[in-house]
Design a protein around this ligand. Sequence first.
Ligand code: FES
Length: 88
Amino acid sequence: MHQGFQDDDEVCLCFHVTFRKLKSFLNREQPQVSSQLCNCLDAGTGCGWCRPFLEKMHRQWKAGESIELNIRSDAYAEGRARHLDSEA
Ligand code: FES
């Protein structure tokens, strides 16, 4: 079974931006820098946890590779919870 991100999983948990939405945004808008992904429903502009993952998706897209995040979405959400704790 595929353990990575699925289309309906949220990459930006702050703004509920799904993996699918971000992939379509990349293909449609062709952003030159990953920070432009913030124009996709404000992705990355909250707690900041998802930013390295947005960068990774952007790198893969730019390189013409298939876009994958090889982390389970529950582990990802736990990582974000720890990230939020560490900032509190
Ligand atoms: S998870 Fe994307 S900014 Fe918080």
